[in-house]
Design a protein around this ligand. Structure first.
Ligand SMILES: O=P(O)(O)O[C@@H]1C[C@H](O)[C@@H](CO)O1
Ligand code: HPA
Length: 300
């Protein structure tokens, strides 16, 4: 038995193995799907789940221990289904530090996916372009990330380490699977996406404000190609527990690096660009899952 909840009613700051197990078992009892691939759909990209067949949908508020989405553009549904015969689970919306959640709550679904038998995770996000060569609407394959909140101690693996998930000091030098990056590049080329396909370094900031110009200039100097407010905690936890990770970032705006630029970014514009590019991303993710199903790649 569990209680429906809203964001402000949730006060868990850390989850025990039993919490993860309880949610996992609840889901395994509710669905016949046994996903091997999980997809995290970010702001405005919930449509990625629409390509799945035999769908079974759960609202986050009905899943024990699950946080609820409070950010606009996040449906707050967990969708199980099949893509070309491959069982998948899609998160329509995810959780952010700026919503007031602990990083343990933000990353809770990732560990549940692991316990359910997921092997690969595709994370998507919207981000602001910093690399001057980027354009709005580009899709960036995430090659690497910078965990700025992590530098300041906001890190999902701080606290007691549970060896059942992974080692105390995980390596992050290969956080994003080379094989998956290569495969998604191939698929993107076949789909004729080359003119707007990029690869680069994503930097996470906590938000919720967009960057100042001085901050944006600092990020450029640090080697960041784009900046956003999510993904890194989920990827860190996914890598810790041995999941294969692919990250795709949609460039929804160019970050101001210049004091003379009048244009200001806002979340509605971010959502608008997500909406206009969602179909393209859906095709890419769907085709990638089909190829994964065919190839059943097992190496990292
Ligand atoms: O869900 P994501 O992280 O992609 O959402 C983006 C980044 C911020 O959360 C928000 C800013 O518009 O949208
Ligand atoms: O410019 C941005 N900055 C931070 N997060 C974002 N998410 C979309 N665009 C941005």
């Amino acid at each position: 038995v569990h209680v429906r909840k809203t964001a402000c009613q949730i006060d868990i700051t850390c989850c025990s193995f039993e919490d993860y197990k309880l949610t996992t078992e609840w889901l395994l009892n509710q669905t016949r799907h046994r996903p091997k691939v999980a997809v995290i759909c970010s702001s405005g990209l919930g449509l990625l789940a629409d390509a799945a067949s035999n769908k079974q949908t759960f609202r986050y508020q009905d899943i024990p221990n699950f946080p609820v989405s409070t950010a606009p553009g996040h449906e707050g549904c967990l969708v199980f289904g099949t893509v070309d015969g491959a069982a998948c689970v899609f998160m329509q919306g995810h959780f952010h530090l700026y919503e007031g959640y602990s990083l343990c709550q933000v990353t809770l679904p990732v560990r549940i996916f692991k316990l359910m038998g997921v092997e690969s995770i595709i994370v998507t996000n919207a981000s602001g372009g910093i690399c001057p060569d980027f354009k709005v609407g580009d899709i960036m394959i995430i090659k690497d990330h910078i965990n700025l909140p992590g530098f300041a101690g906001q890190h999902p693996l701080c606290g007691p380490n549970d060896e059942r998930f992974g080692t105390r000091f995980p390596s992050m030098s290969d956080a994003y699977s080379k094989d998956l990056r290569r495969l998604v590049s191939e698929v993107a080329c076949e789909l004729d996406y080359s003119s707007f396909l990029r690869e680069g370094v994503y930097c996470m900031v906590s938000g919720p404000n967009f960057e100042t110009i001085a901050e944006a200039r600092m990020l450029l100097v640090l080697g960041c190609d784009s900046v956003g407010m999510s993904t890194v905690p989920e990827v860190t936890v996914a890598k810790h527990c041995g999941l294969r990770v692919l990250g795709l970032s949609l460039i929804t705006n160019m970050v101001s690096l210049d004091y003379s630029r009048e244009e200001k970014v806002n979340h509605d514009d971010v959502l608008h660009i997500c909406k206009t590019r969602a179909k393209l991303l859906q095709k890419l993710v769907t085709e990638l899952i089909c190829r994964l199903q065919q190839q059943n790649i097992n190496t990292n």
